[in-house]
Write a protein of this length. Structure first.
Length: 128
């Protein structure tokens, strides 16, 4: 359904440090920078990009928006969360752990990136 996801940043170098570490914890490669200065991350068929807003205004995060990253395991979600906090992100909501939902048990880890975007590392636990 989705072709890509792009978010804005006010500091591309800071975002590169953060997302290289965060996505590296999932097995991703460091971001590439294109001629327009945008960061491009490709991993497991997904495309995630970071850019300065083209309208010249300051980047801001979506109120109520969350960007979810699929995790292979709870351990990967923990490593992802730890890498994010160690590289300028902020832990938010409850600590990483299992939450019950209508879809069953989910292992969730939440962060805000350095520009305030809300991120979620999600692992769907196997049904018992």
């Amino acid at each position: 359904m989705f072709s890509h996801m792009m978010i804005g940043s006010n500091d591309i170098d800071r975002s590169k440090k953060f997302y290289d570490a965060l996505l590296g914890a999932m097995g991703g490669k460091p971001g590439m920078q294109d001629a327009k200065g945008r960061l491009i991350y490709m991993h497991d068929g997904g495309l995630f990009m970071v850019t300065k807003p083209i309208d010249g205004q300051a980047a801001s995060c979506a109120n109520g928006g969350t960007i979810g990253f699929a995790m292979a395991s709870p351990e990967q979600a923990d490593a992802w969360h730890k890498a994010g906090v160690a590289n300028g992100g902020a832990a938010i909501e409850d600590p990483p752990g299992v939450r019950q939902s209508a879809a069953g048990a989910l292992y969730l880890a939440y962060l805000r990136d350095p520009d305030g975007n809300k991120l979620c590392g999600l692992h769907r636990t196997p049904k018992a």
